[in-house]
Design a protein around this ligand. Structure first.
Ligand SMILES: *[C@@H]1O[C@H](CO)[C@@H](O)[C@H](O)[C@H]1NC(C)=O
Ligand SMILES: *[C@@H]1O[C@H](CO)[C@@H](O)[C@H](O)[C@H]1NC(C)=O
Ligand SMILES: *[C@@H]1O[C@H](CO)[C@@H](O)[C@H](O)[C@H]1NC(C)=O
Length: 470
């Protein structure tokens, strides 16, 4: 979502920032003192996703109708065409597989997901054409290794919004890797599970590419939105803002509509709630599915609409101030004020930090109390809001991955992040962070294309120091 509308990149901003995954050095900062800029071929062919190969520094950019490979200083090394092409979003299965009666029009291919599969040296690039099929491209030369498209598992989502799909690769030493896919369904829950785990086969042309990790009559590695949910909220969908893996788990950060009653009222109104979703990497039945509401508050103002997030480690100084160990996982998040409007989020935004372990501890407490029979499963959209927790004599350790009882489970109480700073006019829309010499640095991009810092005027680049924020 954060990058939905950008059509240029600048070497010092997004690229260098995203390259920080590969341990940004002082040297790269100096080399990049002069800005290099790379523009889209057509103004409306905006950039959707950007990934950096941490081994080579090469930049892969997923745009409308194009995939680019760029050098560190933004020279175009290769261009791969993905569209436009004749299609109609109503054609399911897509026109490349089966004739379709809908009128075909030249349709843009919006890049919806771009992932580097390091183990197989390939790029997974999924687009909006043909119900969301993906190309597997060799990193070196963008040669097309495969483009699975003939089975329903190959259609990942029909949505053409670039910020609606998130994928996380989970590596497996002996077996095929897995790809967790989380996506908006755009009113088609019968075609697309909102969250699923898929096989990522070594062979890019294998028939089983993107097959569900497990699937039989009763159990499958997926969650679909029940059709009943649409009776209560007709435009229900789940918007996936971010995803990552850590320890035994895969996590997604989402925004979804909910019906709530304002305090002192009995009438219900629709709001958006930000949630963290957690699944065990090894769970093929998705019994480990847990949701936790997240938000942030500063000076009595509630920031509840998630805009962007980034997983990082705590530097020594931040760790001390949060009472955690250096190197512990922390989530940097941007929230916008209130929880009413998703598409027109307010400009008042807050940068907040979550300690992942604290969220995991909260989930563990809830699992323990639920397995003592306390409370309900409390997940309205999965139709288990009022289903009572069942009692079972089992020990819930840190690695508990759920049973078919008490699943899926919602944590009722919101986990609050630590607010770092707020911005009231130029809405913060993206965040990236890394540790540099004991310091935790967060770079925040805003709606107007600026980079932000805590206590300085608009000089670019600026580092937001998170130390001593309490
Ligand atoms: C930046 O550009 C200016 C003007 O083109 C040039 O004189 C200077 O050497 C450049 N600096 C770096 C670090 O490349
Ligand atoms: C996405 O689809 C809608 C409806 O078909 C269309 O109006 C819109 O222009 C599309 N967006 C892009 C970026 O192609
Ligand atoms: C980080 O902090 C430790 C402990 O205070 C100190 O010994 C070390 O020199 C610091 N590292 C840097 C790069 O400043």
């Amino acid at each position: 979502m954060a990058f939905a509308k950008w059509s240029w990149i600048c070497a010092i901003t997004h690229v260098t920032l995203l390259a920080t995954v590969s341990a940004l050095t002082q040297k790269t900062l100096q080399i990049k003192r002069n800005f290099t800029t790379f523009y889209a071929e057509q103004a409306d062919w905006t950039f959707n996703h950007l990934v950096v190969d941490v081994r080579t520094g090469h930049i892969y950019l997923g745009a409308v109708n194009r995939i680019y490979k760029l050098s560190e200083d933004l020279k175009v090394l290769l261009t791969h065409h993905t569209g436009p092409d004749e299609d109609n979003p109503k054609c399911y299965p897509p026109i490349i597989v089966q004739p379709c009666n809908e009128p075909l029009v030249y349709t843009n291919n919006v890049n919806k997901m771009l992932l580097i599969d390091y183990k197989e040296n390939r790029l997974i690039a999924c687009g909006s054409l043909y119900q969301g099929i993906c190309k597997l491209l060799r990193l070196e030369d963008l040669f097309k290794l495969g483009e699975p498209s003939h089975k329903k598992e190959h259609y990942l989502s029909g949505v053409n919004e670039s910020g609606s799909v998130f994928g996380v690769i989970v590596s497996n030493n002996n077996d095929d890797d897995k790809l967790f896919i989380a996506t908006s369904v755009d009113g088609k829950p019968e075609y697309f599970p909102t969250i699923s785990s898929r096989k990522l086969t070594r062979n890019s042309e294998a028939d089983g590419m993107f097959a569900y990790v497990f699937h039989d009559e009763f159990v499958a590695s997926m969650i679909k939105i029940p059709s009943d949910t649409f009776n209560i909220i007709p435009d229900f969908d789940i918007y996936y803002i971010y995803g990552f893996s850590s320890g035994n788990y895969v996590y997604f950060l989402t925004l979804l509509p909910e019906m709530t009653s304002p305090p002192g009222s009995t009438t219900k109104e629709q709001v958006y709630t930000s949630k963290l979703v957690r699944l065990c990497k090894e769970d093929t039945a998705f019994n480990s599915y847990v949701e936790v509401p997240i938000g942030c508050e500063k000076n009595g103002v509630e920031y509840r609409l998630l805009q962007a997030a980034y997983l990082s480690k705590a530097g020594l100084i931040l760790a001390k101030s949060l009472g955690i160990k250096p190197g512990d996982d922390v989530l940097f998040t941007i929230f916008s004020k209130g929880q009413k409007r998703r598409m027109k989020s307010l400009d008042e935004t807050a940068l907040c930090v979550f300690v992942l372990k604290q969220i995991n501890d909260r989930i563990k407490e809830r699992l323990q109390s639920c397995y003592k029979g306390e409370g309900t499963l409390d997940l309205a959209w999965l139709k288990v809001k009022d289903v009572p927790c069942g009692n079972a004599l089992i020990t819930i350790a840190d690695d508990f991955c759920g049973l078919d009882m008490n699943a899926p489970l919602g944590v009722s109480e919101m986990v609050r992040g630590y607010p770092v700073f707020t911005e009231d006019r130029d809405r913060m829309t993206s965040v990236i962070a890394y540790v540099y010499k004991n310091h935790s640095l967060a770079f925040v991009g805003t709606k107007s294309g600026k980079l932000k810092k805590e206590n300085s005027q608009h000089v670019v680049p600026e580092n937001a120091k998170l130390d001593n924020h309490r």
